[in-house]
Design a binder for this molecule. Sequence first.
Ligand code: KG4
Ligand code: ZN
Length: 346
Amino acid sequence: MSDKIILGIESSCDDTSAAIIKGNKILSNIAASQKIHIEYGGVVPELASRAHQQNMIPVVQKAINQANIQQNQIDAIAFTRGPGLLGSLLVGTSFAKSLSMSLNVPLIEVNHLQAHILAHFIEDANSYPPQFPFLCLTVSGGHTMIVLVKDYFDMEIIGKTIDDAAGEAFDKIGKIFDLDYPAGPIVDRLAKEGNENAFQFNKPKLENYNYSFSGVKTSVLYFIQKQTKENPNFVQENLNDLCASVQKTIVDVLMKKLEKAAKDFNIKQIAIAGGVSANSGLRNAMLRNAQQKGWEIFIPKFEYTTDNAAMIAMVGKLKFDRNEFADLSITATARYDMESDLNTKK
Ligand code: KG4
Ligand code: ZN
C-alpha cells in the first residue's frame, strides 16, 4: 500500500477530466464536458479532439490547485489508453507522456472499462469496497456487459450487448422524442413524473447473459411514428409516461440478466458501473434486489459514474503498487479488450 500522489487523466470520449488521488483518497476530480455536441445530437469525434486540446491544460491545472498540492509532488501520471475515440485518446495520451517527461515521473496506462469497475475502490467514508469475486453490470454509452470480477485485474466478461449499448439506447430513443444529447439523464428526470406502465415495448429474448437493445429502439420508433400520424403532439403530450415506460423497459432488460447471473454464479456481491449506473430506475431496481434477494449492492457515488478521471487515478494507484509502468513508446488504442493481458503488460 502506498500513499503516493497520482494525477489521473481521462479523455476517451467527450469529457476532459483530471483528478488527483493520494493513497485511495480523491483530493480533486475536475471535468469539462463538451457542450458543442448538443447541436449535432451526438459526439462528433473531430470536435471532441479539438475541445480536449483546449480543455486539457486548464482542467489539469484546476485539479492540481483544488487538491492543494504542488506539481512537483506528483509521483506518477495515469491516463486512459483506451477504449474510446482515437483522436480523443491521443490528446490525453500525448499530454500524459509529455508531462511525465517534464516532471520526470512514471507513466501508467489505464483501460477505461476496468477503471469504471475499479472506481468502487476509491476510499469513501460512507461506504466500503466490494470483495472478490463480485459481479459488475457495466453500463455506459459505448458498453453494456456483465463482468465477473475475480481480482483487481482479473475480469471475465460473461455477457454483453450484441448491438446497442444501454446508454446508446437511452440516447437514441431520447432523440426520437426530440430530446437533447445525451438524452439518458433527461429521460431519467422526465420519467420521475411519469407512469412506467403506460406503454409496453418489445423486450429481447436472448439466451445466456447477452443483451440487445436495438429491438427496443425500433419498437419505440414504430410506435411513435404510428401515434404521431393520428396526433402530431403525441410525444409532447405523453413525454413523462413515454420516458418512464422506456426507462422501465431498459432497466427490466438489464436486471433480468444480472439476476440470472447472480443466481447461476451464486454471487450476492453485485455492483453497477458506468454512465447509466447514474440512472434512478436502475438504482431503485438494485435496492429492491438488495431487500428481496439479500444482495449486497455497490453503487458508485454519482460523480464516479459517468466518465471521470478519479477512476483513472484509482487504477493508477493500484498499478503503481504493482510496479506496472508504461514506457514512452506507448500509444493510445481505440479498441482495448479489458480481458486481455495487454492490461498488465507494456
Ligand atoms: O460512462 P459514460 O459517461 O461514457 C461512456 O463511456 O460511454 O456513459 C455515458 C452514457 C450516455 O449514454 C448517457 O446518456 C448515459 O450514460 N447516462 C444515463 C444517465 N446518466 C448518464 N442514462 C440513463 N440515466 C441517467 N441518469
Ligand atoms: Zn465510460
